[in-house]
Unconditional design. Sequence first.
Length: 374
Amino acid sequence: MLLSLGVIAQDNSHVPFVTFKNHEQSIVLSPSNQKNIYNSNIGFQFYLNGKIIVQAPKNQKTVLDSLKKLGKVQVLAELHDSEVILISPISASFTKSYKLIENLPNMMAVQPDFAIVRAAKKMVNNDTENTEKLDIERLQTAQCGIKPTTKRIAIIDDGFDLSKPHFSVFKVLLDYDADRQQAMLNRQSNVRGHGNMVAGVIANQLLSKYSTDEQAVAELVAIRQASTLNSAMILAFSVSQKMKVDVINSSWTLPFVSQLLADVIRDGLDYGGVSYVVVSAGNHAEDACVANKLSEIEGVTTVGALSQDGTMASYSNYGRCVDLYAPANFLPQKHRTHIVQSGTSSAAAMVTGEISYLLGCGLSSSEIGLKNKN
């Protein structure tokens, strides 16, 4: 899904439109024959919305605000030593505004706001003979001897229907739309299947730990983020961190990740009080290090899927970037969860529920483990 949030002035198709750095790699974007879509030197097409994201030392927003002709300036995320800022130029010339910002002193990174254009992919199967030889770590569940405290979970997904029965096991603290940058007031305004499934699996795993029904087994921050625009992804993780969540769950499979997003995620884990960021490995029987660049971010926990017989699911992404594998097929444990689902997203959701429970038992993240080992 792509959001048409702006218009880019087209340059000569034979001349690079914009070049930016990402982890020391130069990304060169050139116009395609589609409006706002750009070809790149790394094989992906980029959708640009005409906005610019910068990372700069704290208090640099005032410098950007002083450039009155620049446009709207908004802080997306506050890191321990810097800020990530979104600029919406009022000028018709994106290139002129971009070069102006790029040449300002103290700018740590400058990138166009983008989303990767991808064709829909179906699940494919691994070579069973080869995958059976892989040495994989499986989720080991546990039961603590004390009544656990409730922990705070953020789910970043395509939308939620908070009227669904399984949401009753959560104390919902915030329902936020990162694409629209606003809190949601209608509990059914973002009815989607995937976000509801993920929440249902997390609820299912938590309820399986309790002998009796609880009023709430966790606090929930529900964040809709359907566009995969870099600015919206950054904002989604930033809001999660500001809400002081313990665990963040995200099922997006991204073949390219901005260093700005990676910095926000790492900063939350290192300085923002987030104990875990759990992501799904992906369902395309590929090396997760290549197929999902979120899996390469230090500290992120990447989850692959197990089939019912305990072997790696034939569709699961795999490799050194997958930290553990968990069951992907579920039936509801209790009457408030009505889910039957499979895939690495549901496996990651199960791990999210288990981690939340273990944190509630008083275990630290170092005691639980399961962190990215790359």
